[in-house]
Design a binder for this molecule. Sequence first.
Ligand SMILES: [Zn+2]
Length: 257
Amino acid sequence: MKPPAFSTNLLLCHLSPDARACLLKHATAVQLPLGTVLCEEESFPRYGYFPLSGLVSVVTVMPNGETAEVSFVGREGVVGSLHLLGSASLSTRWMMQLPGSGLRVPFTELQQSFDSCAEIRGRILQFVQEQSAVVAQIAGCNRLHEAEQRLIRWLLMAQDRTGYETLDFTQEYLSQMIATQRTTVTIIAGDLQRRGLIRYSRGKIQLLDRPGLEAATCVCSAVTKRLLRELYEDKSVVKAVVSAGNTRPDMHRSWAS
Ligand SMILES: [Zn+2]
């Protein structure tokens, strides 16, 4: 059977052909519609997912059902990586925040590959380290920086992890993501639009001026972008992946720029 295409997942791209074949032997290509839960809180995943497009939201779930997004995963990583490290029960849920597609691998097979192959283990651990650093940066950002900076940082991070120029997010969702009132998001989005930095219409946010947005936000955007870049330093591979992944030509920009 022909192995499924992997070309837009950076982690898979940075494995040797042998290691990649070992993982893809058990992989199935799947569509991941908006809202799909890839792994529930307090439960062990049945599958690991290598996203090919879209954006996975990492959400902390409180005992009373309240939730807060703490990070996200795009084409740079794999969902299920934390569960590979041990048997702790996690209060974290992984779900699709922007629809896309991915490669699904039975978790037992993923665990076996992680345990037996040093190269796969090394790549996944590198990704886990990047995720941990991003979560720490976001925690500091939420505590120290203004709502406008947090909103811009969040949009830039989402773009860095998807390559999309336009992001489909409602103001309600954005207000939850940056832990502020919806009316505050409305005011900020209106102001950013007047300054020519974004275009916002019916839940679609187009980032018009990336340098301008970077200048208007806090340092956290640059830090998380650097962490992402350092994860895969070989830019020639990144560029090849970006061009191979242009399935939505109106929504892509250079990953590594
Ligand atoms: Zn910040």
